[in-house]
Design a protein around this ligand. Structure first.
Ligand SMILES: *Cc1c(COP(=O)(O)O)cnc(C)c1O
Length: 370
C-alpha cells in the first residue's frame, strides 16, 4: 500500500517576498442559474460553427507532432483583415500580435517595457489585472482617479505623465468596470505627452455606441500606441483564449524577446482562424446585446439608481450603502453578478433577454426587502 503523500504548506515554500499574503485573482464563482458576472457573451456558437471549428482543430491535429507556426502568420492575417473591417483603417499583418487572451498580450507589454525602476500609469476604477501585470514584472504602478463621470481629468493626467514619466500608460476604453468610453481627443492628448508606450485596452470595442471612435484610427500617427483587443467578449470566444493587439512592427520585435516559445498552440491558431472566418456569425448577437444594455441602463435609471453610461456589454450601477447585501440577495435568487467598482456600485454583465428579466425581477425583490 502506498504511504500518504507528504505535504507542504505555502508558508514553508520559498515564495517571493512580494507575493506573500497576496490573493489569487478571479471573480467569485458559484453555480448560479443566471451568471452575469464576468462579461461573457451569453450566446454559444451555433451547431454548424461548432462543426467547422471541430474540423479545423482535427485538421491541425494531423501536425500536432510538430511545433506550431511560432509567428502564427495565418491567424495574424485573419486578425488584420477583421480589424480593418471593424475600424476602416487598413492594418497590415506585420502590425498584429496575439496571445492567449489579451491578458497575455498586455502582460507581455509590461514584461518588455516595464520592469524594475520603471513606472506604469493607470486610471481607477481600473481592470484589476493591471495590478497583477505590474506586480509580476516589478513595475511601479501609479494610479490616478477618474472623474465623477468616470472619464479622465486631462490636466491632472498630463501633469502626472510629465512628473512620473511612465514607460507604459494603460488606458481602457470602454473601461472595465465602469463601461465608459474615452473621447478620441483625450486619448490623443495623452499620446501627445506620453514618453513611452500607450496601451489602449479595447476589450469591449465592438459594443461601443455609434459616435465612439476606436483608437485604431490613431495608429498611423502614433507609433508608440498599442491597441489591444480580444475574441473573449463580442466574439463569444472566451474559452478559446485569444487576444491580440495592433502596433508598430518594432513593438512586435520587442514582444518577441520575452514571449515564451510557440505560445499559441496549433489548436488555438486553428480554432481562432475558423472563428474569424465566421466573423459575421460570431458577432451576430452584438446588436442584440447592445440593445439589451441600453434597455438595462434605462430601466435601472427608471427605478432611481445611479448608472454609468456604458459602451460595453455590462452596466455598473448603484449606489448601495450595503452593496454586499444586494449582491448576496441576488445570488440567493439565482442571479450572480459582480461586486466590483467604487464602494457602492455593482456590475451586471448583459445576458440574454430571459436572463435580464430574471435579473430585474431579483433586483426588485432584493431592493423591496432592504
Ligand atoms: C475581459 C477583459 C480583457 C480580456 O481578457 P482576455 O484575456 O482576452 O480574455 C482585457 N481587458 C479588460 C479590461 C477586460 O475586461
Amino acid at each position: 500500500m502506498q504511504s500518504p503523500w507528504r505535504e507542504v504548506s505555502l508558508s514553508d515554500l520559498p515564495l517571493r517576498e512580494d507575493l506573500k499574503l497576496q490573493q489569487a485573482y478571479g471573480a467569485p464563482q458559484f453555480d448560479a442559474p443566471v451568471c452575469l458576472n464576468v462579461n461573457e457573451n451569453p450566446y454559444p456558437p451555433s451547431p454548424s460553427l461548432i462543426e467547422r471549428i471541430a474540423v479545423a482543430v482535427a485538421d491541425a491535429a494531423r501536425e500536432a507532432n510538430r511545433y506550431p507556426d511560432r509567428d502564427f502568420a495565418k491567424l495574424r492575417s485573419h486578425l488584420a483583415a477583421y480589424l480593418t473591417h471593424d475600424t476602416g483603417v487598413t492594418v497590415d499583418t506585420s502590425r498584429i500580435w496575439a496571445g492567449n487572451g489579451s491578458n497575455e498580450v498586455i502582460q507581455q507589454i509590461l514584461q518588455a517595457f516595464g520592469g524594475p525602476g520603471r513606472t506604469a500609469l493607470a486610471f481607477t476604477p481600473a481592470y484589476p489585472m493591471y495590478d497583477e501585470y505590474c506586480r509580476t514584472t516589478f513595475t511601479d504602478l501609479h494610479t490616478l482617479a477618474r472623474t465623477e463621470d468616470f472619464t479622465l481629468d486631462l490636466n491632472q493626467a498630463t501633469d502626472s505623465i510629465r512628473k512620473h514619466r511612465p514607460s507604459v500608460i494603460l488606458l481602457t476604453s470602454p473601461n472595465n468596470p465602469t463601461g465608459t468610453a474615452l473621447p478620441i481627443d483625450d486619448i490623443r492628448a495623452i499620446l501627445d505627452v506620453a514618453p513611452g508606450i500607450v496601451v489602449v485596452d479595447e476589450a469591449y470595442a465592438e459594443f461601443r455606441r455609434g459616435e465612439v471612435q476606436s483608437a485604431v484610427t490613431l495608429l498611423p500617427d502614433y507609433p508608440r500606441l498599442v491597441v489591444s483587443r480580444t475574441l473573449s467578449k463580442a466574439f463569444k470566444f472566451a474559452g478559446g483564449r485569444v487576444g491580440y493587439c495592433a502596433c508598430a512592427p518594432a513593438v512586435i520585435e520587442a514582444l518577441k524577446l520575452i514571449r515564451l516559445p510557440y505560445h499559441l498552440s496549433v489548436f488555438t491558431q486553428a480554432a481562432a482562424c475558423a472563428a474569424l472566418v465566421a466573423r459575421d456569425e460570431m458577432l451576430s448577437q452584438v446588436e442584440a446585446i447592445k440593445a439589451e444594455r441600453d434597455a438595462t441602463v434605462c430601466w435601472l435609471r427608471s427605478i432611481g439608481l445611479a448608472v454609468a453610461d456604458s459602451d460595453a456589454n455590462f452596466v455598473m450601477f448603484g449606489k448601495f450603502p450595503a452593496r454586499h447585501q444586494v449582491w448576496s440577495g441576488l445570488l440567493r435568487h439565482g442571479v450572480l453578478i459582480r461586486e466590483i467598482g467604487p464602494p457602492e456600485y455593482l456590475r451586471v454583465s448583459i445576458g440574454t433577454a430571459a436572463e435580464m428579466a430574471s435579473f430585474r425581477a431579483a433586483l426588485l425583490t432584493v431592493m423591496a426587502a432592504a
